[in-house]
Design a protein around this ligand. Structure first.
Ligand code: FE2
Length: 391
């Protein structure tokens, strides 16, 4: 097992220090054709401390050319693949940033837009920056060809159906996720709003499974070893990290114990973080992962982070959006910007999800949700998000 395949120069992403996420300056891209001749997925990895999940740009073929939804880092490798699609299906004519809050989707936009100077750029309303509120062109969005969805119109309305989840006021800024149904393929595109998680690690890890192997271990002094079982175990734990930050079955070890297991022979390298592994998984963690699936299969769902930190006091807004989607004709699959895609589904699945979310306790605070609930409580106490703690 070695570093990711492909040329180092071609996978280079020079702007990584703006949002220093794994795999930093090197971003291998996996391209998959989701609907022949119509929809393609361009996936990269991003994460913190080897908690890496796929981030996806979706490419749609429209009558006039190509539309890019959800920017990712435009490395040379990625652009070479995109140029091949342009040669077959026409130029990139539209680039869409459909989220107002997702920094990981926002940061690649200026560089991507510069590569396609003739493309129109559309962004979701309510773009914000912190700590200063800067005009769009100061954020690097190209002046003169950047328009705001809904406020300035909607692109390709004859081929696409647009809807919006939000805005939700988060205090410092707002959350908004603009979804888009590509009528020709039945693909519903969303950014962060909904996810579907598979039981097996995504193909994207095949080139370098290090993040999976890192989390498959039980102690910091265990060497990284490879195998299908380790990859699956690592993936499932990584999903729990990304979903709950600190799930209930995860114990964070005291520093002395972490230190005593570190720097063992074979682990004195940055790939293993020098054996520093401050976690211990307790029996039962597999059930927490299983709860994110439906009988072992992916299901349409709202990520726990969104439920507990974005929508804890806005369930009705979410339900109304899901019910609007359920009435759209012709949905056959969802393509989100993270995790598994395409997720086969129909309008009835969105209605079912809305009914499920309405029937169960909303934004719980116990068990796996405790860390997310504590963050929400802290933000409320500090007055950083509007609202107050429930009595
Ligand atoms: Fe995201």
């Amino acid at each position: 097992m070695g570093p990711p395949r492909g040329c180092l120069v071609d996978q280079h992403w020079p702007w990584w220090p703006l949002l220093p996420l794994y795999p930093y300056g090197r971003r291998p891209t996996l391209v998959r054709e989701l609907v022949p001749g119509q929809v393609w997925s361009f996936e990269q990895l991003q994460g913190i401390f080897y908690v890496a999940v796929p981030i996806r740009m979706t490419v749609l073929r429209l009558r006039e050319g190509l539309m890019l939804y959800g920017p990712v880092a435009p490395t040379r490798e990625l652009l070479a693949q995109l140029r091949q699609l342009e040669a077959s299906y026409g130029p990139v004519i539209t680039i869409v940033l459909a989220t107002s809050s997702g920094l990981e989707h926002k940061l690649p936009l200026p560089a991507l837009a510069r590569v396609f100077p003739r493309a129109q750029v559309w962004v979701s309303p309510g773009q914000w920056s912190f700590p200063l509120r800067l005009p769009l062109r100061w954020l690097g969005f190209p002046a003169g060809r950047t328009q705001t969805l809904f406020e300035d119109g909607l692109p390709h309305g004859d081929q696409l159906l647009w809807d919006s989840l939000g805005p939700v006021d988060l205090g410092l800024g707002c959350f908004q996720d603009v979804s888009c149904l590509h009528k020709a393929s039945g693909s519903l595109l969303v950014t962060d709003a909904l996810v579907a998680i598979g039981p097996e690690p995504p193909e994207l890890f095949d080139a370098d499974p290090t993040p999976l192997l890192f989390h498959a271990r039980d102690r910091g002094d265990e060497p990284l070893s490879d195998g299908a079982e380790q990859r699956r175990k690592g993936w499932q734990r990584l999903v729990l990290f990304a979903s709950y930050f600190q799930p209930a079955f995860l114990e964070v070890l005291p520093l002395g114990q972490v230190w005593s297991q570190a720097f063992q022979p074979g682990l004195r390298n940055p790939r293993s973080y020098f054996g520093l592994y401050p976690f211990r998984w307790q029996a039962g963690w597999q059930e927490a992962f299983s709860a994110l699936l439906a009988d072992g299969q992916p299901k349409l769902q709202l990520a726990p982070v969104l439920e507990r930190l974005v929508f804890p006091r806005h369930r009705d807004l979410l339900l109304a959006w899901l019910r609007r989607l359920s009435r759209l004709q012709g949905i056959s699959q969802m393509v989100g910007a993270h995790y598994l895609a395409p997720m086969p589904c129909t309008g009835a699945d969105f209605a079912r999800l809305a009914a499920e979310l309405e029937a169960r306790p909303w934004a719980p605070s116990g068990g796996d949700w405790a860390t997310l609930a504590a963050i929400d409580g802290r933000l409320l106490d500090w007055g950083l998000v509007p609202g107050s703690r429930p009595k």
